[in-house]
Each structure stands twice: as structure tokens, then as C-alpha cells.
Ligand binder design. Structure first.
Ligand code: IMP
Length: 422
């Protein structure tokens, strides 16, 4: 059984936890897109792990993890992440982590270009994580990128980085940022590359072999549907396809290899960075932050919180082909007397069931809400559908109806055991 796990909102839906849950019966866990802009938090017993590039299957013994060709990989960030995991007692070797030789690399100048581009955007700044993700993906698309296979060949790397920097340094200079020296860049990443070299391989035949021999593969999506460069709230998006198709192009496994798509959403909606958020609600944000919830795993920024937006959810289930919904953080709403759900947008007096493409429409759209009574009780100890309070079950039933997909998993806390399977 091959399963894609995707975020249905703006990232941070709790995918790490659902992937971790599904990993128990998996042989392979694969990342196909994004970079270390992602932050997945997984809690195992007393230990909290924050993963950026390494698939969360690393926390299980005997699982092969793959960073696929569609990922943009910062070698310095990755070795730091590996070192932190090793300090926490996780063993990492080519037996449990393989990296595609086709993955593009993020080098220090990509991070500076990210900052310079944000500065150049002025009031249109996106609020990126400044991890160089956009510049690395644009270098890939303009055929100016370096793949790991190139970087592992010192002569080739020197030539490619020198040519790229001629242009990149000019842009950085225009924005009063220091230029980069090709030799210094390559020296800076040398040690990291040597650490990673044994892991780098052609991962595509390995994954096909796993598929053909009936092993279970879980694809761990990073970010969420509305950060997708095609389907998201463009231009306030990331630079990869975060939706289910990205798992195929990002790994080399074809769509026919996929058996199910698990879409993960919170019981409410959050977003970090700039851009539209139709159901954003200051009072709910303050409430959740007051509970110590909803701070970004990568940048520590406060997430902007709001009610569940089913216009987004409906569209996300459509473009991802969601077969199973996983609703996380239900316990965040435990003490709310009234719970609101956005069922449609009012745009200039016309009701819309799907998100608009026009940039200015996001500023004019108003949420149309329906109201649900809260359950006003602690769900964190619930272990079955029957354990959940009646109003929580009604809320989930309505969510499923509005989204057009069945709820299969409900998250009621950060621990591995706090996931109800329906
Ligand atoms: P970038 O991916 O760093 O270019 O950032 C583009 C947008 O995506 C910004 O609004 C980021 O805050 C957002 N973003 C990127 N990765 C994540 C993530 O893993 N979770 C939530 N938001 C993210």
C-alpha cells in the first residue's frame, strides 16, 4: 500500500504525526518536495524531535527513508539536522537514509538571494523562511541549478558555481549585500558533502523495486495545499508542488503506484507568513497562543489562527484526490463554547464555494459562517470515536460533509497514542 500524506491548509497541519503513525506499517518514508523551510514536530514519549529535511521514518528502526529528486537540499542545514538527531540518540546511516543524486542543492548565496528578493518586493514581500528555497527552485527551472551529482564532482561544481555567481553577485550588489566567492562557497560545504556522500545515490530504481515487491511506501508531504505554487494563494506560496502530484514528480514513482491520499488538516486554520487568511481571528489566535500552541517549528513565529475554512478544504480534497481525512488538534477547541466553520466566501455579493485566483479577490472575500456548539470538555484522553463528546463527533461529521472526504484519523494531542483511528 503506497500512501501520500499531504497538508490541506497552509502547512503545520500535523502531518509529521500522521506520517509517524502510518510509518509503523511502512517500509519506506519519502520526501518529494520542499526543503528545510519545512518543520515537522514528532513527539515520542518524553522526546521531541524537529525534522526539516529528514523524513520522520528515521525515528523508527528498520525503515528506509528517502530524500527524493524533487527536494531542494541545503547540505549545511542537513548535516546540522543529522547531528542534532544523532545527539538525541538517533542512528543515521545509508541503511536508513538515502538521498537522490538528482536533488538540487541550496547554497549560501540562495539564502542571500532570498533575502534580497524579499527586500526588492517591498510591500509585496511574501514572508519567506529565508532558507533559499525560492532561488534554488528558480535556478532549477531556469537550468542554472546544481544537483547533488554535480556538487560531488569538484571540477564541475567549481565551474557551475562560478558562472552562477557572476549573475547572482550583481543582483546581491544591487541590494547592498556582500558578494560570494565560488571557492569559499565550495570550501564551506566540503565537509558537509563528505558526510552526505555515502547516502547519495540514484533513489529511483530503489523506490521502483520497493513498489514492485509490494513494500509499503509513505510519502511525507511538506507545507500544505495553499502553499502550492499552482494551487495555493499565489504569490504567497512556496516554490514547489506541495499537493499529491508533487510526490510523484519528486520521487520518480508514477501516479499508478499510489493507493491512497491522506489529507491532513487542523480542526481550525493557521498560517505563518504573509498572504490571505479569510477566517483569521485575533481572539482565537490569542486564545491558542495563550495555551502555548501555534508557534512555528522552523522560525518560532506566531501562527495566524482562524476558524476552519471549508472553502479551502473542499478545494484541497479535490486537487489532492484525498481518500482519507486526518483532522488534527481537535483538542485545541476543547474549551470553546461556540465553534464556527466557513462554508463559502461572499465575494461582491456572490457566494463562492471555491477559492478565487484573482489576487485582489482575496482582499474582498468575506467568510460565510455557520455556528456549532462546542463540546466544552477535555478530549485528550479519548481513544475511540465513541469516547469523543457528541458535539465533537457532529463537528467532524459536518467537516467531512463540507470537505467531501471521510474522516479516518482524529488527533487529540501530540503523543503517538493520541490519534484515533476510525
Ligand atoms: P519559502 O518556502 O521559504 O519560500 O516561504 C514561502 C511561504 O511559505 C512563507 O509564507 C512561509 O512562511 C511558508 N512556508 C514555507 N514552509 C512552510 C512550512 O513548512 N509550514 C508553514 N509555512 C511554510
Amino acid at each position: 500500500m503506497n500512501t501520500i500524506v499531504n497538508g490541506l491548509q497552509w502547512g503545520d497541519e500535523g502531518k509529521g504525526k500522521i506520517v509517524d503513525y502510518l510509518t509503523e506499517s511502512a517500509d519506506f518514508v519519502v520526501r518529494g518536495q520542499g526543503g528545510n523551510n519545512a518543520g515537522h514536530t514528532v513527539i515520542v514519549g518524553e522526546n521531541k524531535y524537529i525534522l526539516h529535511l529528514v523524513p520522520s521514518g528515521i525515528l523508527w528502526p528498520g525503515k528506509q527513508n528517502v530524500i527524493g529528486n524533487g527536494v531542494v537540499l541545503d547540505p549545511l542545514g542537513l548535516i546540522q539536522e543529522i547531528a542534532t538527531l544523532e545527539d538525541q540518540g538517533v542512528t543515521i546511516s545509508p541503511d536508513n537514509l538515502l538521498i537522490s543524486d538528482r536533488a538540487h542543492v541550496v547554497l549560501p548565496y540562495h539564502c542571500d538571494l532570498d533575502a534580497a528578493q524579499e527586500q526588492a518586493r517591498g510591500k509585496f514581500a511574501i514572508g519567506t523562511t529565508r532558507r533559499g528555497i525560492g532561488p534554488a527552485y528558480s535556478d532549477k527551472a531556469t537550468r542554472n541549478g546544481l544537483r547533488l551529482a554535480d556538487l560531488l564532482d569538484p571540477g564541475m561544481a567549481r565551474e557551475l558555481v562560478s558562472v552562477r555567481l557572476e549573475d547572482a553577485n550583481q543582483f546581491l550588489g544591487l541590494h547592498n549585500m556582500d558578494s560570494h566567492d565560488p571557492a569559499a562557497i565550495l570550501t564551506a560545504v566540503e565537509g558537509a558533502l563528505e558526510r552526505l556522500r555515502p547516502h547519495v545515490t540514484n533513489t529511483i530504481p530503489t523506490l521502483h523495486q520497493a513498489w514492485k515487491t509490494g513494500q509499503n511506501i509513505v510519502f511525507e508531504g511538506a507545507q500544505g495545499t495553499f502553499l502550492d505554487v499552482d494551487f495555493g494563494t499565489y504569490p504567497f506560496v512556496t516554490s514547489s508542488n506541495t499537493t499529491s502530484g508533487g510526490a510523484c514528480t519528486g520521487s520518480g514513482l508514477p501516479p499508478v503506484a499510489i493507493d491512497r491520499v491522506v489529507g491532513v488538516c487542523k480542526a481550525y486554520t493557521t498560517r505563518v507568513g504573509e498572504g490571505a487568511h479569510i477566517t483569521e481571528n485575533q481572539e482565537l489566535s490569542d486564545y491558542l497562543h495563550g495555551l502555548g500552541r501555534e508557534f512555528g517549528a522552523t522560525t518560532g513565529r506566531k501562527r495566524r489562527c482562524g476558524w476552519l475554512d471549508c472553502v479551502l478544504l473542499r478545494f484541497a480534497c479535490m486537487v489532492n484526490g484525498v481518500t482519507d481525512l486526518a483532522v488534527t488538534n481537535l483538542d485545541g477547541l476543547d474549551e470553546r463554547e461556540e465553534i464556527r466553520v466557513c462554508t463559502a466566501y461572499d465575494l461582491d455579493g456572490i457566494e463562492h464555494s471555491y477559492p478565487p485566483a484573482q489576487r485582489d479577490a482575496w482582499e474582498r472575500a468575506k467568510p460565510i459562517y455557520e455556528s456549532h456548539p462546542g463540546w466544552m470538555s477535555d478530549t485528550s484522553g479519548c481513544r475511540s470515536w465513541e469516547d469523543l463528546p457528541g458535539n465533537a463527533r457532529n463537528y467532524l461529521d459536518r467537516l467531512s460533509e463540507l470537505a467531501g472526504a471521510p474522516v479516518r484519523y482524529v488527533g487529540i494531542g501530540p503523543d503517538r497514542e493520541q490519534t484515533i483511528l476510525l
